[in-house]
Design a protein around this ligand. Sequence first.
Ligand code: ADP
Ligand code: MG
Length: 591
Amino acid sequence: MKRSLHSTLLLLLFIAALAIAPLLLPEFYVTLLNYIGLYAIVALGLVMLTGVGGLTSFGQAAFVGLGAYTSAYLTTVHGVSPWLTLPAGLLVTAVVALSLGLVTLRLSGHFLPLGTIAWGMSLYYLFGNLDALGGHTGISGIPPLRLLDLELKSGREFFYLIWTVLLVLVLATRNLLDSREGRAIRALKGGSVMAEAMGVNTPRSKIVVFTVAALYASVSGWLYAHLQRFVNPTPFSLTQGIEYLFMAVVGGVSHVWGAILGAGLITVLKQWLQDWLPRLLGQSGNFEIIVFGLLMIFVLHRARDGLWPMLQRFFPQQVLLRMQAEGAAPLARRVQPEVGSVLLEVQDASKHFGGLVANDRVSFKVRAGEVMALIGPNGAGKSTLFNGISGVDPLTSGSVSFRGERVEYLPAREIARRGMSRTFQHVRLLPAMSVIENVAIGAHLRGRKSFVAAACRSERAEEARLLHEAALQLERCGLAEQMYEAAGSLPLGKQRIVEIARALAADPCLLLLDEPAAGLRYLEKQSLAGLLRRLRAEGIGILLVEHDMDFVMGLADRVLVMEFGQKLASGLPEEVQRNPAVIEAYLGGVE
Ligand code: ADP
Ligand code: MG
């Protein structure tokens, strides 16, 4: 509590410094601060999109242009009030961002940044070539903003508007990222497989964060148009788009305050270099670009997370989550199927990878309240089968019925919604995120509140319940001590247990556990077996891949043995252990 008081105090000091800055500083610096504020608004969107969501965009300057041009055009040609052109600009930007996002966000790897370059350039040339927008000369005579009787004509008056907007957006963004929807956005960076398996609609999360970042850029453009009262295409070019990305990366690509730091540093540095480099070199030219290039390479080598984390060491860390989770009402639970009823029925499941047959017509059932072990040598096709059942990597042929419903055509998130939850053989946690937040991703489908509610913090009650649930599952799995540590700092065996807690946070009827005991010590394995027995007693069905035969035979009700993608044997543990084919396959014929 003391610490969070400390950080509130720092924030108040920062606001107070901002409030008196225009009264003390010469005009030149106020103008500089205005530009820093405008750039920071765009960079803030990029922090969310690129830094947190892992989606790189070079095209943000074009969205700034959309906001600026919409207002310039509507105010000068149609005499619309600037306060109405703000929503108009946001609407235009939202429509364009949604359409571009639907097309480009499907691209993966380096194709996505290339896609943003393509439309960034297209919009820039559109601004320059439309006669209605004044071509390359642009539009002048844009009216100033009016607040009641006050015309915001000077930079000093505008300063307060820009920085108020920026601070509100910083706080809203911070709130958004620290919420259920925010965790979904943060989960995008680890690839969409885990997020989808936890029920996150990743295409939707991508579109949301992309559109929000575009809207921030559009607001910045609207402010710019009325500060400058003149627009032409130049500030909305690809070069400026790259500069925005610089700001976000240099400042601290996944920290909201990094946006201000980055915008400030780049803007001041650019100003300074533009003044000094030509003097030093005795000739004019855009030498600052070369310095920026070098700076960028340095940052990418030495400070991947930007400069903000270096400053952050001098600030107190916020007390995370601890207070929120306590005393929250438990989440509603799903009605569990009757013990003994068939939960999962897999029939003739086959999976081909090109010529390789990883699963070959495998059939079996899992009932509520039983532990079914899936064993077999490495490469037998166990993980592939898990992926097929859970929708992560659909089967080539065959059917999967879950609770009486065919699910083999459904995406992973829809299967998760129906009560199937899983862990991964190769642990998929977000290593920099705390353990409790990682587990809360598992409870994604048990919350409803939207990102708007998150941005204005009206979802705190629900958030507390989600975190409370995560805390309960961690306690149940014996990880209460490590709750607030970064997930990546735990030993691998413990990280597997975190994955189990995350799967349990979904309140599943069926758990798929892929090698949960790998890397655990003897006593840890004992307590894992104890946990799985308790879950079974609650009526949960468990499908388990495991190599430790003592662990499997002591726990499983039934065992399914796979080899070369095919079912080799199945039955009670003692039957399977006596089966000659299994002994041959498993022990190479050794008695
Ligand atoms: P297990 O989990 O039983 O050790 P896997 O299901 O991981 O086995 O793999 C079964 C076979 O399928 C292996 O030969 C593996 O190389 C292959 N395989 C698994 N995933 C892929 C993939 N995405 N593309 C191509 N081959 C794959
Ligand atoms: Mg495997």
